[in-house]
Design a protein around this ligand. Structure first.
Ligand SMILES: C[S@@+](CC[C@H](N)C(=O)[O-])C[C@H]1O[C@@H](n2cnc3c(N)ncnc32)[C@H](O)[C@@H]1O
Length: 217
């Protein structure tokens, strides 16, 4: 999801109260950002943030961080939060980070994160770009550095080759596949409590099955 460059997006994000800045200083101190010691769940490649806004409303005892690398996309999430703030409904337990996820271990300490969501991640179909996929062994290594021992990675997609790659990479990375389905919306146990993302709404309404896996160590 790369929108055209939007003039002023960078400046708006740099000054926004829902976006966390000076990220490396927060390493090891993320609980202070939220002012409590609740578990922290992150979505990597958040897009416009719809999934996390709903999750944050549903689970006030969890702190959520949405990570997105494009200003133009993050701007949409920020604008939505500002609208919610005006209505008095902006969740206290949700903040955003503008960053390339390759830098995750620079901003989070060992065990600091309790769950990682990857939703409809970019497929990077060319083989030479495999290491950019958020479910590549290189990314599992980064997740290993920040995730608590019982923490899990939850991945959803409608892209079958990317899903099959992700199942293989889980094993290659030495992680355990804890659950998976090739048709989430028709799998009553895995679909229980499922919150749809923006892309999930779009692709499932076109009739695409949604794949999901949960991996841990
Ligand atoms: C296809 S969109 C999916 C958005 C949302 N998760 C959903 O399911 O509706 C993928 C998003 O991941 C972001 N992204 C891709 N690689 C990233 C990376 N290395 N670090 C941070 N964000 C990334 C893209 O900019 C894009 O907004």
């Amino acid at each position: 999801m790369r929108l055209r460059n939007i003039p002023g997006a960078k400046e708006t994000i740099e000054n926004n109260r829902f976006v966390v800045h000076e990220l490396q200083e927060k390493r090891g101190n993320w609980k202070e950002v939220f002012g409590n010691s609740n578990p922290i769940h992150i979505e990597v490649g958040m897009g416009k943030g719809r999934f996390l806004m709903e999750m944050a409303d549903l689970n006030p005892e969890i702190n959520y961080l949405g990570i997105e690398m494009y200003d133009s996309v993050l701007l949409r999430a920020v604008q939505k939060m500002e609208e919610k703030a005006e209505e008095g409904t902006a969740p206290e337990n949700l903040r955003f980070i503008r960053m390339d996820a390759r830098e995750l271990p620079l901003i989070f300490d060992k065990n600091e994160i309790d769950r990682i969501y990857l939703n409809f991640s970019d497929p990077w179909p060319k083989e030479r770009h495999a290491k950019r996929r958020l479910t590549s062994r290189q990314f599992f290594q980064r997740y290993d550095q920040i995730l608590a021992p019982r923490g899990v990675v939850e991945f959803k997609t409608d892209n079958r080759p990317l899903f099959e790659f992700s199942l293989e990479e889980t094993e290659e990375a030495g992680w355990k596949l804890m659950a998976h389905t090739f048709d989430l919306h028709h799998d009553p146990s895995m679909n229980e409590g499922n919150v749809m993302t923006e892309y999930e709404e779009k692709f499932s309404s076109m009739g695409n099955p949604i794949y999901k896996m949960i991996a841990g160590r």
